[in-house]
Design a protein. Sequence first.
Length: 131
Amino acid sequence: VVRINDATRRRGMTHQLRRREAAVQSMSDLMVVLDSKLYVIEANRPFMAYIGSEQGDVVGHSLREMIGKAQFDRTLAQPLERCLSGQQARLTLELTLAAAGRRRIEFRLSPLIDDAHAIYAVVATGHNLPD
């Protein structure tokens, strides 16, 4: 009986996870999730399309390396540091993207907190700002 309940529960959890992933991928907002060392662990389709990259070019890579150390230090270091300390942050980035040219993007950064109340990641959601 225990095995059947465990298998049923596992199938239910897998189904829930797939539904959450589908919801994230169908969002129109840009979304990227960074681990506590600021490596990309997830990015949704709109984000990937916006920057003109494939998942393999982004997931597993350091945000600092992707956008360049100078721009990272100038624009992202402090808001991400605040977020990793438990606060939410907002910022506007001006980027030149190969696929889209010069863009202004407003991001909201939020900490992701586990069951032990430890911050394990940052989720950034954003949208394009008109020129």
